[in-house]
Design a protein around this ligand. Structure first.
Ligand code: GAL
Length: 296
């Protein structure tokens, strides 16, 4: 119930990222795939009216997953809906009454398929599963496969990371959001293996964004306060399934305690060899989720 924190001191306009049609980019909780010279931005479609749940939390109908493409990270072409929400079957994982969040897409060199993982949930967030979809093209359409509880654990906020050796890892908030899991995916990226590591035990971190720099792995996470901003932390480890150390807040200056009114979602390795990365965050507007903006 702290509507007042939203966009304080910042103009909405500045954080409205427009596509090449001049429309506000609709790709929240997003992630970027860089493939054959093109950046693909996938994210949550947030459309229609936001409304309050009995618990007081705010939601908008699940809108599926969008994709935008760009050569320069500045001019974004709308590639349309790559995974649609279901409007007819309330039991379907992707039904509009559910939650589809933080979709991330990776490319599998062996199968030549584009694999999407996302967080699917019921509107009270008790379903807490990870879902997978696959496509032959970066711009979809993706075919929905299934949702799972990885190794029997609940899964909410998540990201994917593909290492230099082609192995893919699924990072997700688990165990009632108290502990983060890193699970190794199968070679085709469509399943979880039984290899996983629990990190930041009982530290209640979410919104993971992962990158690698000079053989070391880094993660940026948020705390756990729903749509409301909180302090980011960063951590690192020499081994991806090793013992990660959590450091403090990586942000500096005005509003650094609430990442400048943003919550992280992804880190783009623009030119990792030259130490160039872009941190992507969402500026959630819980009163009207579709007008949430971005901060990079
Ligand atoms: C946040 C999470 C978002 C969304 C929101 C709903 O904690 O990072 O992705 O799930 O809660 O309240």
């Amino acid at each position: 119930s702290s509507h007042c924190v939203l966009n304080n001191g910042y103009s909405q306009e500045k954080y409205t990222f427009k596509d090449t049609d001049g429309k506000h980019i609709n790709a929240h909780g997003g992630g970027i795939l860089f493939h054959k010279g093109t950046y693909y931005w996938y994210g949550e479609i947030k459309e229609g009216e936001s409304y309050s749940m009995p618990s007081g939390s705010r939601r908008v109908d699940a809108g599926g997953v969008s994709c935008y493409s760009s050569k320069d990270l500045k001019n974004w072409k709308n590639e349309g809906v790559v995974l649609a929400a279901n409007t007819t079957d309330p039991n379907h994982d992707l039904h509009i009454s559910k939650v589809i969040e933080r979709p991330k897409v990776v490319y599998n060199k062996k199968t030549k398929k584009y694999v999407m993982w996302m967080h699917v949930d019921s509107e009270d967030y008790s379903y807490a599963r990870s879902a997978v979809a696959v496509s032959d093209k970066a711009t979809g359409p993706f075919t929905y496969i299934e949702s799972v509880r990885p190794n029997g654990y609940i899964a909410r906020d998540m990201t994917l990371f593909v290492d230099d050796d082609g192995k893919a890892y699924h990072f997700f908030s688990s165990e009632d959001n108290k502990t983060m899991h890193i699970a190794l995916l199968s070679d085709d990226y469509l399943k979880h293996t039984t290899t996983y590591k629990r990190i930041f035990i009982e530290k209640s971190r979410e919104a993971p964004a992962v990158f690698k720099y000079k053989k070391r792995y880094y993660i940026v996470t948020s705390g756990l306060t729903g749509w409301h901003q909180n302090e980011a932390n960063y951590g690192s480890s020499d081994e991806i399934l090793g013992d990660w150390t959590n450091y403090g807040n990586p942000c500096k200056g005005k509003d650094a305690h609430i990442p400048y009114y943003g919550q992280g979602t992804f880190v783009i390795p623009v030119n990792a060899k030259k130490n160039k990365f872009i941190f992507m965050a969402d500026k959630w507007n819980e009163r009207d989720l579709k007008s949430s903006t971005y901060l990079w």
